[in-house]
Ligand binder design. Sequence first.
Ligand code: ADP
Length: 191
Amino acid sequence: MLNIVLFGPPGAGKGTQSAKLVEKYGLVHISTGDVFRALDPQSDLAKLAKGYSDKGDLVPDDVTIKILESEVSKHPNAKGVIYDGFPRTTAQAEALDRFLLNKGTSVTMMLSLVVEEDELKQRLLSRAEVSGRKDDADVNIIQNRIENYNKDTAPVATFYKAQSKLTEIAGVGSIDEIFDNLCSSINQLQD
Ligand code: ADP
């Protein structure tokens, strides 16, 4: 089973590239952000998640890990999964390792999209116009998301680097160029 963690700060292009990778490789796409946004807005879980995400804070690990595990379990016959926006803390990465080990599989690789901060902020503000997302529309919330990324999420790359699973890919250039670079890394692995 191909388990690809697509990593990068908010606005790095994970969602865009995931859609293309899913199509090319026939993988299941799991975005914890999308899962939270798709919950019934009246449910307690949706309200809880929104309380964090609207401020640009991370949803607590226990909740997020449960959501992820239940999402993966919906696809018992998947030939592979792209994890987008998960894991975002080292505790989540450890939980994912345990969960996959239990299933007799493991994270194949982490592809990390590298984009500098000013570019991220520009992209998120432009996305706000189409996404309607509250967390994209406010510079202070964007700043908080980037700070949380640097503090809590960036260490996840170190976690996979220690397992020799990390590949960094420039997240700037055309969408197709970036996609080609991601594909090259995946193809190398399959050779
Ligand atoms: P982006 O990558 O653009 O920041 P996402 O759609 O991936 O946006 O996530 C939106 C929000 O959902 C995050 O800011 C956070 O509050 C919550 N969230 C998503 N994934 C996780 C996660 N793995 N751990 C904790 N919170 C998460």
